[in-house]
Design a protein around this ligand. Structure first.
Ligand code: 13P
Length: 248
């Protein structure tokens, strides 16, 4: 994808985060991998005002070009994209329910099978570290080990993905899980699915390409499409229609 398309994709993703209630104001930030670095949202600029030229191009060595300062969280975006070659996008939000749990330094355990959308049997919460610091980046990377999402202690949520669509989908799913978990906690700590049960879910999701627009060629476990009946196929045949038309 061209850099212009990526810049537009970043802005559209930020606007959608706010439109859909995943984020508010200028909290949150989004980056996308490019050769040797990343494109990242500028710091403190309202999304509605953001133009493609405001998106900052940064090298992995921390140097940048453009007329805006990069997000204050460029360190964790940089470190994640450098270390996690399995993803292209880092999305960060202060979504309400994830942040509610994170204020209690609680992650999301295996209370519901959908927790597996982050790649494992739980979604961890990182230790607290001040925003914009290397300490925050280090603790976030640790919490993301083997996962495509983590909560940030007393802060918010980080989601990783390979496309903008998947990043938004995953963020919504995790925010919904956090909401369900907060509600479930109102009547006590819910029982958890076991490691064996969660492994079965993870394997099932992998086989079904679950939650992604299915790639029909590669989905290993899918129902077979029905063959059209001969009668129906004959009725629909364009050859017959042509014959009919020529009769008149
Ligand atoms: P920026 O505007 O610098 O990206 O900061 C927002 C934020 O969420 C900090 O964690």
């Amino acid at each position: 994808m061209s850099h212009t398309k990526l810049r537009k994709g970043i802005i559209e993703t930020c606007l959608e985060m706010n439109r859909s209630g995943l984020n508010q104001g200028t909290s949150g930030n989004v980056s996308h991998r490019i050769d040797g670095g990343m494109l990242i949202t500028p710091t403190s600029l309202p999304y509605a005002q953001m133009k493609p030229a405001d998106i900052v191009a940064m090298n992995f060595d921390g140097t940048y070009s453009g007329h805006r300062l990069p997000s204050s969280e460029w360190r964790f975006h940089r470190d994640i994209l450098k270390n996690r070659t399995d993803v292209n996008i880092v999305l960060h939000t202060h979504s309400v329910y994830c942040t509610t749990l994170a204020t209690h330094e609680r992650g999301i355990p295996s209370f519901h099978y959908m927790v597996a959308v982050a790649g494992g049997s739980d979604i961890r919460c990182s230790d607290y570290a001040c925003f914009g610091t290397q300490e925050l980046s280090d603790t976030a990377l640790k919490a993301l080990e083997g996962r495509t999402a983590c909560l940030l202690g007393h802060h918010g949520l980080i989601v990783l993905a390979d496309t903008f669509e998947k990043a938004l989908w995953r963020a919504h799913e995790i925010e919904t899980l956090a909401k369900m978990y907060v509600h479930a906690l109102a009547i006590g700590e819910p029982p958890r699915l076991s490691e064996v049960e969660m492994n079965q879910v993870i394997e099932q999701m992998r086989r079904m390409s679950y939650g992604q627009t299915p790639d029909l060629e590669s989905a290993a476990d899918r129902p077979r499409p029905a063959k059209p009946s001969k009668k129906k196929a004959a009725k629909k045949s364009p050859a017959k229609k042509t014959t009919k038309r020529t009769k008149h």
